[in-house]
Design a protein around this ligand. Structure first.
Ligand code: G3H
Ligand code: 13P
Ligand code: ZN
Length: 315
């Protein structure tokens, strides 16, 4: 019934072989859609905020809405900085009341990533805030970082163990074939579960038990949703995501946090396009934003029940 860190959430998720959904928030309708779903299914949830979301909505507005969501629903919510670029941003969001931060140093050379992550961990831990870091490089676009597929690199398991030991980080985002955005695979979807397994085994061998792993770029890009967008004037051709059964498998392994943003964007856009296609004379924002809020709630309910397995994690 509170604003919490992800520590306890991940402990329960690892033991229960499920994952907590981390949904990117940018406005009130997205927040309400996500938390209404979580409250209905008694699930803990992570609301995450990117640098561009911070610039768009402002930390004060976002935190005020998150606090209202906690008061209204009574569920456990962690507020997390997604892809934090530097210590300055980390300090800003901790002051605003965030309970968890990601420092993304994955585009730096290894030693620099270690040093910068360690600096963030020391600061955040002194404030009671937990830290996620990233090792290996996902393809795709996030904020101003654009990684072409040929420059993406899988996470090296030995390096992951060294990184976790040296930085003291609380969770680690790894690259096993997921990518940001709506165009994840040209051909067949493939994730390197062997790397995930290997990381967990090597950590266990070092005495590091139940260490939570994070999957970014994990939207499933529902084809019905893409079709609705395209049927009503959109042009999102060839979009594809991570199949739900792969996400379910990852949730039952060491993956305790699954990041989804693209799926929310697509649901919202499909709802709004369809609404205007069918109601060309409408212009009340509550009409189209209300529909998109309902679609987001439906989407998140489906994720909690059928992909993450986090239903009733609040019990
Ligand atoms: O990983 C990136 C997220 O989808 C956030 O995207 O920077 O456009 O808010 P954004
Ligand atoms: P998607 O683009 O697959 O939704 O990934 C979002 C993400 O990883 C946010 O950090
Ligand atoms: Zn991400």
């Amino acid at each position: 019934m509170a604003l919490v860190t992800t520590k306890e959430m991940f402990k329960k998720a690892f033991e229960g072989k499920y994952a907590i959904g981390a949904f990117n928030i940018n406005n009130m309708e997205i927040i309400q859609g996500v938390v209404n779903a979580a409250a209905k299914l008694n699930s803990a949830v992570i609301l995450q905020v990117s640098k561009s979301a911070l610039a768009y909505a402002g930390p004060k507005y976002l935190m005020a809405m998150v606090n209202a969501a906690i008061e209204e629903t009574g569920i456990d919510i962690a507020v997390h900085l997604d892809h934090g670029p530097d210590l300055e941003t980390v300090k800003k969001v901790i002051d605003a009341g965030f309970t968890s931060v990601m420092f993304d140093g994955s585009h730096f050379e290894y030693e620099e990533n270690v040093a910068k992550t360690k600096e963030v961990v020391d600061y955040a831990h002194s404030k009671g805030v937990v830290v996620e870091a990233e090792l290996g490089m996902l393809a795709g676009v996030e904020d101003d970082v654009n990684v072409a597929a040929e420059h993406a690199t899988y996470t090296d398991p030995d390096q992951a163990v060294d990184f976790i030991k040296r930085t003291g980080v609380d969770s680690l985002a790894i690259a096993i074939g997921t990518s940001h955005g709506a165009y994840k695979f040209k051909g067949e979807a493939k994730l390197r579960f062997d790397i995930l397994e290997n990381i967990t085994a090597k950590l266990e061998a070092e005495g590091i038990h139940n260490f939570p792993i994070v999957l970014h770029g994990a939207s499933s890009v529902d084809q019905n949703c893409v079709k609705t967008c395209n049927d009503f004037g959109g042009k999102i051709d060839g979009a594809s995501g991570i199949p739900n059964d792969m996400l379910r498998k990852a949730s039952s392994m060491a993956v305790c946090k699954i990041n989804m943003d693209t799926d929310l964007r697509l649901a919202m856009t499909a709802g709004i396009r369809k609404f205007f296609g069918e109601n060309p004379s409408a212009f009340d924002p509550r009409g189209y934003l209300g529909i998109s809020r309902e679609l987001i709630q439906k989407l998140v309910e489906d994720k909690i029940e059928n992909v993450l397995g986090s239903k009733d994690s609040m019990k």
